[in-house]
Design a protein around this ligand. Structure first.
Ligand SMILES: *[C@@H]1O[C@H](CO)[C@@H](O)[C@H](O)[C@H]1NC(C)=O
Length: 247
């Protein structure tokens, strides 16, 4: 990788403003603990993905084992061909907004970097809203959140707990501070979570004699849930325990 990286560097010396140091500030933290990365470049000579500053950064600046793949969007792209891997994908905004093909990894274990190749300026307000909508869809359907959108002027992420008016979920700027699991889950801003608790040594659900409905829960489990709720700031929606759901 290092050899390939320096070849690129030689051929790119007179490129625009290739500010790799600034990109360090944005990308070092989110990539720090990744065991591997796969870089997907768009196939075809009309794409010049390797000239993109973010692509350059991944080629030159990471110590992470990196494999490079060229890909072509096609009708037969499987639902989620990526398994649990971490991906850097170069694609157009239109492709990203479809949530299909390469734009739709539905597994939650990986980290995803989307390099928007067709951006010669920052996302417009309208594009931000459309991207936010497609992110909200992936979050509500698959709980996928670990995605970074690399645009010409900086990095965006989707924060499922920030609000857009009364709805949860908002596209926000990312400044390189932390990984998203740390950054996002510190304050869930009252996000509703369904919680079920089962009668056990640690949990005593109490029911209304007439209706059979759950009235309250006491016990150690409940105390732990309360502590988590306070710490993470979510709203606990206590569910009626289901007999068959235990285990
Ligand atoms: C918890 O979320 C609510 C609703 O968004 C917010 O007003 C409050 O400041 C948050 N509390 C903490 C401790 O972060």
């Amino acid at each position: 990788m290092a050899v390939l990286g320096s070849l690129f560097l030689l051929s790119m010396l007179d490129m625009k403003t290739l500010n790799l140091t600034r990109l360090d500030g944005l990308l070092v933290e989110p990539t720090r603990d990744l065991a591997q990365l796969e870089l997907y470049l768009q196939a075809g000579s009309d794409h010049r993905d390797e000239e993109n500053p973010y692509v350059q950064w991944f080629l030159q600046r990471t110590e992470i084992p990196l494999s490079i793949v060229t890909y072509q969007e096609n009708l037969y792209w499987m639902d989620d061909p990526f398994g649990r891997r971490n991906l850097v994908l170069v694609m157009s905004l239109d492709q990203l907004l479809t949530n299909r093909g390469a734009a739709a990894p539905i597994q939650k274990a990986g980290t995803f970097f989307y390099i928007l190749a067709d951006q010669d300026e920052d996302l417009s307000a309208d594009e931000q809203l459309r991207l936010e909508g497609s992110c909200r869809q992936l979050w509500t359907q698959h709980k996928v959140y670990n995605r970074f959108f690399l645009t010409r002027d900086g990095v965006w992420i989707y924060d499922p707990f920030k609000r857009r008016d009364s709805a949860f979920g908002r596209l926000v700027r990312y400044y390189g501070s932390e990984t998203l699991d740390k950054l996002l889950f510190r304050d869930m801003a009252g996000y509703p979570l369904r919680i079920q608790m089962f009668k056990s040594v640690y949990t005593r659900p109490e029911f209304d004699k007439e209706s059979g409905l759950l009235t309250r829960v006491t016990g150690v489990d409940f105390l732990v849930a309360q502590m988590l709720r306070e710490r993470l700031n979510f709203t606990m929606l206590l569910q009626q325990p289901e007999e068959n759901y235990f285990g």
